[in-house]
Design a protein around this ligand. Sequence first.
Ligand code: PGA
Length: 250
Amino acid sequence: MTNKYKYFVANWKMFGDIKTVNSIYTVIKASKSRNFSKAKIIYCPPYTLLNTFVNKLKKTKVEVGAQNCHQSSSNGPFTGFINSKMIKKLGCKYVIIGHSESRNSGDTNILINKKIKSSLENSLTVIFCIGETFKEKKKNKTKKILINQIKKGLKNIKNIKNIIIAYEPVWSIGTGLVPKNEELLNNILFIKKFLRKNFNYKKTRVLYGGSVSPYNIKNLNEINQIDGFLIGGASQNSNKFIDIIKKSFN
Ligand code: PGA
């Protein structure tokens, strides 16, 4: 860990309802223990639960973020969308932008760049996802893809201190597959070096995401350059989520 905190971002995707929210009480309780003092826990539930999460987590150290937003920072006639201003006003501090599932539903690099800008304007911290597909990896194109996603996503953005990168190889998401430590370390260092060189910012936080579970977390934590994890499936089960956090600190 090269930063003060280690991040544990729960990405609930399109799961969860009002009944499942109560399951996070065990996480709230655990977050108060001394073991968790260096854990920054962030829940990103679906839009329908954001308000409930914000209210439930108000007096705790657990924070809330949205999973995406519209690119326009001002309100307008965009049926079905929510912008960063609304997310901020609701009491969220974070927003995930550029997740591969959002890219698959039409988020291009250009759109992602606009979304990041509008989120920063509205004082949200952006969790910016990047990562290669299996095909790209096989063709040895990983680094090229990462550079392209970073350059385009962060185009004309000078200050990246409110951006957290989540490196998520697309082939790792929901598959149970995780890159080998050597490969992962190499890519994390590559991202950090690229950002240091091109944005003159040394403290960039880079998380790993893709099939993180209580079973592989010890191994992943051997890479101390990883500043935390973006966790999908396992984060919906509070016991597993707590287990992942616990195992990251002992
Ligand atoms: P997963 O999802 O942990 O279920 O692989 C991670 C993500 O998509 O952010």
